[in-house]
Design a protein around this ligand. Sequence first.
Ligand code: GLA
Length: 389
Amino acid sequence: MSDQQPATDLGPDRAAGSGLDHGLDLSLAPTPPMGWNNWNTTNDRPEFNEEMVLATADFFVSSGLRDAGYVYINLDDCWALPERDRHGDLVPDPVRFPHGIAAVADYVHSKGLKFGIYTSAGSHTCSPVGFPGALDHEEQDALLFASYGVDYLKYDNCHNEGRDAVQRYTRMRDALLATGRPIVYSICEWGQNSPWTWARGVGHLWRTTGDIEDTWASMLAIAKQNLALAEYAGPGHWNDPDMLEVGNGGMNDVEYRSHFSLWAVMAAPLLIGSDLRTVTPQTMEILLNTEVIALDQDPLGVQGAPVRSEGGLHVLAKPLADGGRGVALFNETDQAARIVTTAAEVGLPAADGYQVRDLWAHETQKCGGTVEAEVPAHGTAVYRVTAAE
Ligand code: GLA
């Protein structure tokens, strides 16, 4: 909990992640948002287009991703033209989106999914092409997004003219609220202004770090930064360590399983960042691991935190709604290692025995209180541990 949000300010609704906080409806994100965003796979390349987005929506349904909880189909930068129209409105790029954005949103909605869009709290978005940002156009752009049927806005930080971040992000919150449309609001200022200290009640989630890259080193550095911020997250107000790279090819599957496991233990948004038309069955097995997803989406909404970290071997624990603990044994080193913890260390009450569910092997074992595994280099073992009845 941040210094600026003392516990005494929390009404019961707010603490449970429902109700309003400064007008922001926390119940729009009672658990971390799940879905897809094109950026990590396409960047600004031409394959980001209507065809890709519609195919992704179709695939969400046919592959079981939707049923596993992935809901948002989100467009990132480069969906618009470099100039506003004569009314000052943003214009969808007619090459990428020949039928406009509302038609894409309608299609996404027709599949039982939700639709997200992107702009920047600056004069321009981050792409070097220089698409228009929403700074000083907040109300007009929010109304346009609402008219498209947008359910989620990612609001970036490029070309912000050095203006105050709290004011910029709050003005867009108010503009979104004024549309009357429920819109999940994702603040993307890269952790530059410590948003965990002020963004609760401004947005539903906030990036805590710079951009992730599809490398082990980048994923690891971001995970470590975000792990330190566990106390600031909760229902309706999540830390966002950036979108998933799972399936993009820069890490091996052991590393991608670690990436996915760490994001789940951290109650991070799970926004798939790969091209689902070309991913491997191994990638789908990771993304569709419903037991790891359940850890991320646990209704208690507590971000897991390290209980011990020594020499690159980490024990992380996440309190769960049923009184159990999510436990990750994470080996960041280049050699396999044995990692051992106990029920007491991860915060479980004393009991005669414990059930230990391995969320990657999908097996349950009983133990007397010790949880241990031989964890491969860069690997993570993840368990759900509960006191036996
Ligand atoms: C910034 C954001 C990224 C992505 C790009 C788009 O770098 O942090 O997530 O949205 O802009 O240009």
